[in-house]
Design a protein around this ligand. Structure first.
Ligand SMILES: [Zn+2]
Length: 265
């Protein structure tokens, strides 16, 4: 009897230990493990304009890092991470026609985009100072004003720009509005929740794009690159994986490996 009892006690502790270890992560990620995450490339543009204050954004690269970190903590509930493909600080084009039109004109916004940084295999977010709504999504192309403001709701996010950015990216991944104030897809609030159907829909939409990769595939490619001694390529892939805001042994070791080793002086 005693050995069985000891075994049971051991199993119970093991189970409790597992549950204690998993519970917080499940609450935040809906059970998505690191390998399940989808890695979505995001090109961020900070538009400048010396002659047009309504265009010229005052956001900095530090702001982008903070905003993207919060965007990814919202999107982790869908097992989805936007990694910074590149950050472009660049002069807007056709600013005069933007000034002369009503500033909600999507055509005038589209014309602000510099030709050199157009691309079809990434999502885009263009930050500028001022236009009609907080944000506009035109397929994979999103515009967000850095003066955005929102109605605070219980349990909502603590600042407007990550929420507006995350909301527009939801549209870019085919989600329509869902007007319950605590939802990410509600208009004009700080809500961040997604329901199960929305999560299924965005993951299906992301997987349709050949340029979205699973974390498992990226990890495998990183290992293969490392075996070929292509360290720069391996680290670039690991940096994408390090954008996933999970904690734990696996995520921590990826973050460590993604950092370039410092040379001794
Ligand atoms: Zn919307």
């Amino acid at each position: 009897m005693k050995p069985a009892g000891v075994r049971l006690t051991f199993c119970a502790w093991l189970l409790l230990g597992c549950l204690a270890g998993l519970a917080p992560a499940q609450e935040r990620t809906n059970g998505f493990a690191l390998a399940d995450f989808l890695l979505v490339p995001l090109r961020v543009h900070l538009l400048t304009a010396t002659n047009e204050p309504a265009v010229h954004t005052t956001l900095t690269s530090n702001d982008v890092t903070r905003i993207l970190g919060k965007v990814n903590r919202v999107w982790m509930q869908a097992g989805l991470t936007f990694y910074l493909e590149s950050l472009r600080v660049e002069p807007a084009t056709n600013t005069t026609s933007f000034r002369e039109t009503v500033k909600t004109n999507a055509g005038a916004l589209m014309q602000l985009r510099p030709a050199a940084s157009l691309s079809t295999n990434v999502f885009h977010v263009y930050y500028l100072k001022q236009f009609g709504p907080n944000g506009i999504c035109i397929r994979e192309i999103n515009f967000v004003k850095d003066t955005a403001s929102l109605r605070a709701v219980e349990g909502g996010i603590d600042e407007p720009l990550p929420r507006v950015t995350a909301h527009e990216l939801g549209h870019a991944l085919t989600l329509p509005h869902r007007q319950n104030v605590t939802n990410l897809l509600a208009s004009g609030t700080t809500g961040t929740w997604l329901n199960e159907e929305e999560i299924k829909q965005v993951r299906a939409s992301a997987k349709e794009r050949s340029w979205v990769e699973s974390a498992a595939a990226a990890r495998q490619r990183a290992e293969q690159a490392q075996q070929r001694k292509q360290s720069a390529e391996a680290r670039a892939l690991l940096r994408r994986l390090a954008s996933i805001p999970l904690t734990g042994r696996e995520a921590d070791s990826i973050k460590l490996l993604s950092v370039e080793p410092q040379k001794s002086p």
